[in-house]
Design a protein around this ligand. Structure first.
Ligand code: SAJ
Length: 429
């Protein structure tokens, strides 16, 4: 019978999971390195920025009821019935391997402290074969126990998304990859308390491949759309009209072309998947898709150079720094790549974003008309709703040179041209 749950990693995944289990009456302890986060949570505050429906109220409620507390003390694992590990697992592109430093540190501490009979579940996204080659070994070595009989072990990959953290945990099906049948059954018993959709039991390796594949699949779909966008530009037709008509055909779902692919999932998960067969099978399509998507911000620079050349010394305003519309999340944002490329070419840059605070040491302006004053070009990188409502007459008056580069199909070319603004839209001529 599971009564006490320890959750390691109080981030985008750990905090909503902890709050949901605590709200179901479990005693929940969140372990985190950051003292600041620990204090915030124990004060009933939620450290996650941005609009997350229900989360802030839930954290406050369960901390107040004493069902959730945060600490940096791994001793809390001693009498835990279940331990969920939700730490970051970035991919090190320089070394071409996953960076498991946080995962290894958590596993060593958990292995040292956990008692027998505990269920350990990895929610972090990991390269296939990690459960068997790394996780199991560290836990067995540190605990002296045998996985599958003295303690239970599984991988239940998270499926959260900024802005839908609680919703996705409660309303999306989950894959429960267990090291043996008992582990799978214990995972099903645990997650059925907070997940309202199906829990699909399988083995650990299948669960690892499912998670990384579902994001690699999306990355390839987006790369395909981006390739068709660049082709349509050469043919001087509108890729968004092509996409709309293609998707009228049954069983088609062409994705949306854009100025790049950011976020904490897609840029890394296909690299984690490819890593699993490194030196055995070359996942060419995954690599080419990553290359195409990573190149999109540089393609935006080419569009600017097509409109005005040389660009050295130009005043350019980048509109949108978040990787996703109506979000403040800047992880792996394509706008940072664009910023760096323009800096290399000695372009004068100002950045506007209605949601993002200062990041990467870069000033993010909140007043768009101050940002675009005397600009030679506006480059739209994120489809924030605020941009769709802009008064183009006022925009035209504020700029020195009336040029818009639209990386996210925000504007209608005819409307922009009516205001005597020169318009170049990615995938549209
Ligand atoms: N993007 C495109 N074209 C598209 C879709 C997205 O260029 O058609 C770009 C976005 O602008 C963004 C990036 O790709 O820069 C990622 O967008 P996303 O919608 O995939 O959002 P993420 O990164 O938060 O993806 C997460 C993933 N969820 C998990 O890993 C658990 C992804 O699998 C989900 O499909 C996505 O949320 C979602 O749609 O919920």
């Amino acid at each position: 019978m599971i009564k006490k749950i320890v959750i390691v990693g109080m981030g985008y995944v750990g905090i909503p999971v902890a709050a949901l289990f605590a709200d179901k009456g479990f005693e929940v302890v969140g372990i985190n390195r950051s003292k600041e986060k620990i204090i915030q949570i124990n004060n009933g505050e939620c450290p996650i920025e941005g609009d997350e429906p229900k989360l802030k109220e839930l954290v406050k409620k369960v901390v107040k009821s004493g069902k959730l507390k945060a600490t940096d003390n791994y001793g809390e694992c001693r009498n835990a019935d279940a331990i969920l590990i939700c730490v970051e697992t970035p991919f090190d592109k320089v070394k071409d391997e996953p960076n498991y430093s946080s995962l290894k540190s958590a596993l060593k501490q958990v292995g040292k402290k956990m008692g027998d009979g505990t269920l350990v579940v990895i929610e972090s996204t990991i390269a296939p074969k990690t459960m068997d080659n790394l996780v199991k070994h560290i836990l067995e070595a540190e605990s002296g126990m045998k996985a599958g009989c003295d303690f239970y072990l599984g991988h239940c990959p998270e499926r959260v998304m900024p802005g839908k953290l609680i919703n996705n945990i409660v309303n999306l099906p989950r894959v429960c990859g267990g090291i043996n049948e008992t582990s799978k059954n214990k995972m099903e018993e645990l997650y059925s308390n907070i997940v309202t959709k199906e829990l699909y039991k399988t083995d650990c390796l299948t669960a690892e491949v499912v998670k990384t594949t579902e994001n690699a699949y999306r990355d390839v779909e987006i790369a395909f759309a981006n390739e068709i966008a660049m082709l349509c530009e050469k043919l001087k037709i509108n890729v968004y009209e092509v996409r709309e008509l293609v998707n009228k055909s049954p069983f088609r779902n062409m994705h949306v072309p854009g100025a790049g692919v950011g976020g904490h999932c897609l840029p890394k998960d296909s690299l984690l998947l490819a890593y699993s067969t490194k030196n055995e099978y070359d996942t060419r399509m995954l690599k080419i898709a990553r290359e195409i998507n990573d190149e999109m911000p540089k393609y935006i620079v080419e569009l600017l150079e097509y409109a005005i050349s040389p660009i050295k010394g130009l005043n350019v305003a980048i509109c949108g720094y978040a990787y996703l519309e109506n979000s403040d999340d800047t992880r792996n944002t394509p706008s940072k790549t664009l910023y760096d490329e323009l800096k290399k070419r000695k372009v004068n840059i100002k950045i506007h974003d209605p949601y993002v605070k200062e990041t990467d040491g870069i000033t993010i302006n909140k007043d768009i008309f101050k940002t675009i004053k005397d600009a030679d070009a506006l480059i739209f990188m994120t489809a924030h709703k605020e941009y769709k409502e802009l008064d183009l007459k006022k925009i035209r008056k504020a700029m020195k040179v009336p040029l818009i580069i639209d990386g996210r199909n925000i504007f209608n070319k005819e409307q922009v041209n009516t205001e005597k603004i020169f318009y170049i839209g990615l995938g549209k001529q």
